[in-house]
Ligand binder design. Structure first.
Ligand code: ADP
Length: 230
């Protein structure tokens, strides 16, 4: 159970056609489990890159991220994948559900070929119930509304009991009211399960509801309220 994520002089650059883009640079920040952080900033400011780096989906080009003091990216691919399975759940703007699988089958996908101590079917049903979809277990994504599809995606993100939820514009494809309901659901997971949540959003009204706001521009952190700056 990782309780602290420490980004240290973190940077990610891309080279192409002789041009270097610093997607994020010189990021120094601490996230503590149990916090609900909103990450805001204009398009291209590095929000998704920061989330991918923290989620171990991407390698930094400078600096490091320490998870309870350990630099996971220096370990083997298998260790990184196991770490991600144990610690991190992702939610995206596009729900990324598999269209031919039911809600229940979609939620079961992260558990495929994994040894876990609980009953997979029971756990998947439990999380679908938790997100308010107990009556939609056998529905295909095409039979669900956008908000319901995002709820399935949230159930899939939490089925393996991660300590951290990384959400990249999860309300970006939803109307305001549905977006607020999804935000409230994540807030509930934060308070009830103690998940650390990093929530990327364009919506300043939603961001105001988080206990911490990290504001990014041109790959750097411009300002921050709450939490602990290092
Ligand atoms: P945001 O999520 O805030 O919109 P991103 O993290 O997606 O910002 O992108 C930050 C910057 O990095 C942008 O200038 C973007 O064009 C660039 N970038 C992101 N991914 C890549 C990539 N794979 N190759 C080249 N440039 C990239």
């Amino acid at each position: 159970m990782v309780t602290n994520i420490h980004c240290k002089e973190l940077g990610k650059s891309y080279k192409g056609n002789g041009v270097v883009t610093h997607a994020v640079q010189n990021i120094n920040i601490n996230f503590t489990k149990g916090e609900f952080s909103a990450i805001i900033g204009p398009s291209g400011s590095g929000k998704s890159t920061l989330l991918s780096l923290i989620g171990t989906l991407d390698q930094p080009t400078s600096g490091s991220i320490l998870y309870d003091g350990e630099d996971i990216m220096t370990k083997s691919k298998k260790k990184v994948a196991d770490f991600r399975f144990e610690e991190i759940g992702f939610i995206f703007q596009q729900f990324h559900l598999l269209p031919t699988l039911t809600a229940l089958e979609n939620v079961l996908t992260p558990l495929f070929a994994r040894n876990v101590s609980y009953n997979k079917q029971e756990r998947a049903k439990e999380v679908l119930e938790q997100v308010g979809l107990a009556d939609k277990l056998n529905s295909l994504p095409s039979q669900l509304s956008g908000g319901q599809q995002q709820r399935v995606a949230i159930a899939r993100a939490i089925v393996h009991k991660p300590s951290w939820l990384l959400a990249d514009e999860p309300t970006g494809n939803l109307d305001t009211e549905t977006g607020e309901l999804i935000f409230d659901l994540l807030q509930q997971l934060n308070t009830q399960e103690g998940c650390g949540i990093l929530f990327v959003t364009h919506d300043p009204k939603l961001a105001q509801k988080a206990n911490r706001i990290v504001s990014m521009k041109d790959g750097v952190i411009l300002s921050e309220t709450g939490g602990e700056r290092v």
